[in-house]
Design a protein around this ligand. Structure first.
Ligand code: SF4
Length: 559
C-alpha cells in the first residue's frame, strides 16, 4: 500500500525539515512531498534547498517561491492587516536577502500545483487551495466555502498548507488534508510541528496528522543569532503565535493564547469605566500581542448567580428576578466547584449575585469558602439581615477579602421605594450599617433612571458621611434587559464579555444572564467546562469585532 508523507511550509527551519525526512522515512513513507513556502520566519533559508534536493522531496511552489523567484517586493501571503503585513515583510526581506540566485531560479521552475494518481486515487497537491495560491483554507470555513474549494479540484484527495494549522476531514466525497507547516508550531501550545502521512490503497485514502518533535532549541538559537524578532523566537519556544494573528479566524484564534495586537487595545481605561474594579493594569512586556482574557476587554471577573428568586420585585430587574421567579439555585457543591475552577482559570474576582443571594440559608458558608480563595463581592439588596440570618452574617465579620455591595437607588426613601418597593430603602440602609458594623468592606450601587438622576449628589453626600466614598459608590445607567423596557440597550455587539454562570449555563454578561429574557447572550449549557465557556466568549468577541472592525464599549454593570 503506498504511503506518502506531505509537509507544508518549511519556513527556513532546517532543523524541522531534517526531522521530517527522518521521521517520514522511519514510518515507511515511499514518497515525500513539500507544498511550498520554503522560506520566511526562520534564519536559514538556503539550507532548505539542499535538504529538499538531497532527500528527493517532490515540491510545488507556494506564494513565497513565486514571489522570490520573480523578485517581487513582498511575499504575497495574503494578509490584510497592516500589522500582520509588517511582520510578513520583515520575514520576506530577510529571506530574500539570504536566498541565492540559483535557489530562486530553481523556485521559478516549480509548478504551483500537481495532480498525481497514487494507490488508485487522484491526489491534488496545492499550496493554499485549489482556488487560489495564497488562500487560507481554515477548518472553520463555512460549508459552502469548503464545498467551493473541493469542487474546484474534483480530486479524491486534496493536500494543502499555507494557513499553518493542520486539520483533515472528508468534504463532498474528497479527503481534504491541511498538512500544517514544519516551520513553526501550530498555535497549540506545543513545540512540535505537524505533517501528514497518507495511506492510499485501491482508491481509498487515509490521512494521519503527525506531531513532529525536532531540535527547537537549535532553531531558536539560530534565529536569535540572526537577530530575528524575539516574538518569532517565542513562538518556537512556546508553541503560541505572537504575530500575524489578524488573519486568523475567530475559531482558530480563540484556541490560541493571544488574540489581539497590543496596539489594538484602546488606551486610557480608568477604574470608573470598568464596573466596580480597577481596570487591569496594562503591562507592556514587549510582546506585540495580548491575551484578550484579563484585559479591560474581557475582565478576569466571574459572575456567579446563586439563584434567581428575590424578596423584591424591582420593575427594571435586568435578569427578571422576583419572588416567584424560577429559582435556578446553583447549590453548594456546584458553587464550590465553580470557585475552584475560577481560581484555576485565572479569574481574579468573583461577583456573587442573583436574585437575592441572602435568601439562601447556606450562603454565608459559601461566601466564606469563596473569599478564602478569591477576591469576592456579594451583591445584595441588604434587606435580609434579621433573625437567624443576622447571626449567620456575623461569621463574616472583618473578612477583608469579601465586599458586600448594596443597591440603593436614591437619597430619599420615596425615590428608592418607587423602584424597589415600599419600605425597602429604610431596610437597605439598616443593612448597610449592619454590614459596616461587622467591619466588612461595603460598596453601594445606584441604578440611574429618569426619576432619580438628580439625587446622585445627595446620595453621594449621605454615603460619604458613612465613610463610603470614591469608587465605593457607583452610578450605572438603567439597562433595557429583563423586566425593563427602557434604558440603555446592551448586547454582545456593544458590550465586552464578563462571563456569568447560572444554573442554566454560561452567559456573555451578567445583565443578560436570564436565558428567558436574554437568549441572545447565552454562550453554553452548564456541562460545558469553564475553559471552553471562556473560549466561546473570545470566539464570539472576535467574530463580532471582525464584522465591522471596531471594539465594543465597556458597560458599567448595574446588576
Ligand atoms: S434588581 Fe436585585 S433586588 Fe431587584 S428584583 Fe432584581 S435581583 Fe432582586
Amino acid at each position: 500500500m503506498p504511503r506518502i508523507a506531505v509537509c507544508g511550509g518549511a519556513y527556513s527551519n532546517p532543523y524541522a525539515l531534517r526531522a521530517f525526512i527522518a521521521d517520514a522515512q522511519a514510518k515507511g513513507a515511499q514518497q515525500l512531498w513539500c507544498l511550498g513556502d520554503f522560506g520566511g520566519y526562520g534564519a536559514e533559508p538556503e539550507e532548505i534547498w539542499g535538504l529538499l534536493r538531497e532527500a528527493r522531496i517532490e515540491c510545488i511552489a507556494g506564494n513565497y517561491e513565486v514571489a522570490i523567484g520573480r523578485g517581487d517586493p513582498d511575499c504575497g501571503c495574503g494578509y490584510r492587516d497592516p500589522r500582520d503585513n509588517e511582520y510578513a515583510q520583515l520575514m520576506y526581506d530577510y529571506t530574500r536577502a539570504h536566498t541565492s540566485g540559483a535557489y530562486a531560479a530553481w523556485m521559478r521552475s516549480l509548478p504551483t500545483e500537481r495532480r498525481e494518481r497514487i494507490g488508485g486515487a487522484v491526489v491534488h497537491f496545492v499550496h493554499g487551495s485549489p482556488v487560489q495560491l495564497n488562500d487560507f483554507w481554515w477548518e472553520s470555513l463555512t460549508e459552502p466555502e469548503h464545498a467551493e474549494r473541493v469542487a474546484a479540484s474534483g480530486a479524491d484527495v486534496i493536500c494543502c498548507t499555507h494557513s499553518g494549522i493542520p486539520w483533515t476531514r472528508r468534504i463532498a466525497g474528497s479527503l481534504v488534508v491541511n498538512v500544517g507547516v514544519l516551520g513553526r508550531p501550530a498555535n497549540d501550545g506545543r513545540r512540535e510541528v505537524w505533517y501528514a502521512l497518507l495511506d492510499l490503497d485501491d482508491g481509498e485514502a487515509r490521512a494521519t496528522l503527525v506531531p513532529l518533535a525536532y531540535d527547537w532549541r537549535a532553531h531558536a538559537a539560530s534565529m536569535r543569532r540572526a537577530g530575528l524578532p524575539e516574538a518569532f523566537v517565542e513562538t518556537v519556544e512556546t508553541g503560541w503565535w505572537t504575530t500575524c494573528l489578524e488573519i486568523v479566524p475567530p475559531y482558530e484564534r480563540s484556541r490560541g493564547r493571544y488574540q489581539l495586537y497590543r496596539s489594538a487595545l484602546p488606551g486610557g481605561f480608568g477604574a470608573e469605566m470598568v464596573s466596580w474594579a480597577d481596570a487591569p493594569a496594562e503591562v507592556d512586556d514587549g510582546r506585540p500581542v495580548v491575551e484578550l482574557f484579563g484585559t479591560a476587554l474581557f475582565p478576569a471577573r466571574l459572575w456567579l448567580y446563586t439563584n434567581f428568586h428575590c424578596n423584591l420585585h424591582c420593575w427594571y430587574c435586568s435578569v427578571a428576578s422576583h419572588p416567584k421567579a424560577r429559582r435556578r439555585e446553583i447549590g453548594p457543591e456546584r458553587f464550590r466547584e465553580l470557585v475552584d475552577a475560577a481560581v484555576r482559570e485565572g479569574f481574579t474576582e468573583l461577583y456573587v449575585t442573583g436574585g437575592e443571594p441572602f435568601l439562601l440559608e447556606y450562603i454565608v458558608d459559601l461566601l466564606v469558602y469563596a473569599s478564602e480563595r478569591i477576591a469576592t463581592v456579594a451583591l445584595t439588596n441588604g434587606m435580609l439581615y434579621r433573625g437567624r440570618r443576622r447571626s449567620e452574617l456575623e461569621k463574616l465579620a472583618h473578612r477583608r477579602n469579601l465586599v458586600l455591595q448594596t443597591s440603593i437607588d436614591g437619597a430619599h426613601a420615596a425615590t428608592h421605594d418607587r423602584n424597589r418597593g415600599e419600605g425597602s430603602w429604610v431596610r437597605a440602609m439598616e443593612g448597610l450599617e449592619f454590614a459596616q458594623s461587622l467591619g466588612l468592606p461595603v460598596r453601594v450601587g445606584m441604578t440611574e433612571t429618569e426619576h432619580n438622576g438628580d439625587e446622585v449628589p445627595m446620595l453621594r453626600e449621605l454615603l460619604a458621611a458613612k465613610g463610603i466614598t470614591g469608587a465605593d459608590f457607583a452610578v450605572r445607567p438603567l439597562v433595557k434587559r429583563g423586566l425593563s423596557d427602557s434604558g440603555v440597550y446592551i448586547d454582545d455587539a456593544n458590550t465586552v464579555p464578563e462571563l456569568a454562570v447560572t444554573a442554566d449555563g454560561w452567559h456573555w454578561h451578567p445583565a443578560g444572564a436570564d436565558v428567558a429574557t436574554s437568549p441572545d447572550m447565552f454562550l453554553a449549557p452548564p456541562d460545558v467546562p469553564m475553559a471552553e465557556a471562556k473560549r466561546r466568549a473570545i470566539e464570539r468577541f472576535l467574530a463580532l469585532r471582525q464584522s465591522d472592525g471596531t471594539l465594543p464599549r465597556i458597560y458599567n454593570c448595574a446588576v
